[in-house]
Design a protein around this ligand. Structure first.
Ligand SMILES: Nc1ncnc2c1ncn2[C@@H]1O[C@H](COP(=O)(O)OP(=O)(O)O)[C@@H](O)[C@H]1O
Ligand SMILES: O=C(O)C1=C[C@@H](OP(=O)(O)O)[C@@H](O)[C@H](O)C1
Length: 283
């Protein structure tokens, strides 16, 4: 019983750490999971190219999926990823979604299970192993469903979802920042600004929403605002992604290419990509 699936990474419109509401958009970079089920319980996880990384998230995803939709089988799970880990680009959501879908594929029920329900299994696994603050249903839903989503993570409620077709520039500094280490109390201080960003996002004004989000959360979590200032006013929106350190910008491709030249003077990597509206899928 083998299953295989892929799920996209995502960038931030609104970080949910301040007021519980969040918004994210899927991008064209993927994590793939391969699951082999066995009759005995116990799950062994492996992350390609990262032998020391924490495999509990993907192991818990297999356990929850076989508990709810199979007979509690164990097995092995292996992920391969184009998404830098703990960089604000939702590597955890992509890994969880790919693993849940690959497990459902191995159980031969992937087409019967609603995608939002499958996504919530990954959110539950992330809460169980402590890699998230709010559950990150914003990031998980964007990765599972594709497009841009707005969610209430306190209620695990999808408030809005739409397909979008944006060019996206990503800047990834060489450092890592794990969500579980974020200074949540400082983020909560900017809740009134986060509420404003949620209103802008629900109004479809995603570009302005993400720019306001980026300045506010960069201040709260003490990340530099230089990349955003170098991108404005040429782009439609620019923000610190998640709990950082990556920065994402959306807008006209030519303008993004100009911003890329400026960002290339910084340490780390830049890449041009697009939004992704199909979401996760079995392979
Ligand atoms: N490819 C992967 N395979 C398995 N687990 C992963 C993978 N990528 C990320 N994770 C899990 O997600 C955690 C990082 O999550 P987080 O700090 O929220 O970063 P991000 O912003 O990239 O989602 C890792 O410690 C690991 O548990
Ligand atoms: O753990 C969490 O609850 C969250 C982590 C952040 O994302 P990253 O995991 O990308 O840092 C944030 O953007 C999201 O809204 C909520």
């Amino acid at each position: 019983m083998n299953g295989r699936a892929e799920a996209p990474a995502a960038g931030t419109v609104l970080n949910a750490l301040a007021c519980g509401k969040g918004s994210a958009f899927a991008i064209d970079a993927y994590t793939t999971a391969e699951v082999t089920l066995a009759d005995e319980p116990g799950v062994e996880g492996e992350i390609d190219g990262a032998p020391d990384a924490d495999t509990r998230l993907i192991e818990r995803c297999v356990e929850l999926a076989t508990d709810r939709h199979g007979d509690g089988q164990g097995g092995t799970v292996r992920t391969e990823s184009e998404v830098p880990m703990a960089s604000g680009l939702k590597s955890s959501s992509a890994a969880a979604n790919a693993t849940v879908l690959a497990t459902l594929d191995a159980l031969d029920v992937a087409e019967e299970i609603d995608r939002e329900e499958a996504c919530l299994l990954g959110v539950e696994a992330a809460r169980d192993v402590g890699v998230t603050v709010t559950g990150a249903f914003d990031d998980a839903s964007a990765s599972m469903l594709g497009g841009v989503t707005v969610t209430d993570n306190d209620r695990d409620e999808l408030l809005a979802r739409e397909s979008v077709d944006w060019d996206v520039l990503v800047y990834t500094p060489p450092e890592q920042a794990f969500s579980a280490d974020a200074d949540v109390e400082r983020c909560k201080r900017i809740a009134p600004i986060a509420e404003l960003v949620a209103e802008l996002a629900l109004d479809g004004r995603y570009g302005l929403a993400m720019t306001v989000n980026g300045f506010a959360f960069s201040a709260a979590m003490e990340f530099p605002t230089g990349p955003a200032v170098e991108a404005l006013p040429d782009v439609a929106g620019v923000s610190l992604s998640g709990t950082g350190p990556s920065v994402v910008a959306v807008g006209d491709r030519k303008a993004l290419q100009g911003v890329r030249e400026r960002w290339d003077n910084r340490r780390g990597t830049t890449w041009l990509t697009t939004t992704q509206s199909r979401g996760a899928r079995t392979r």
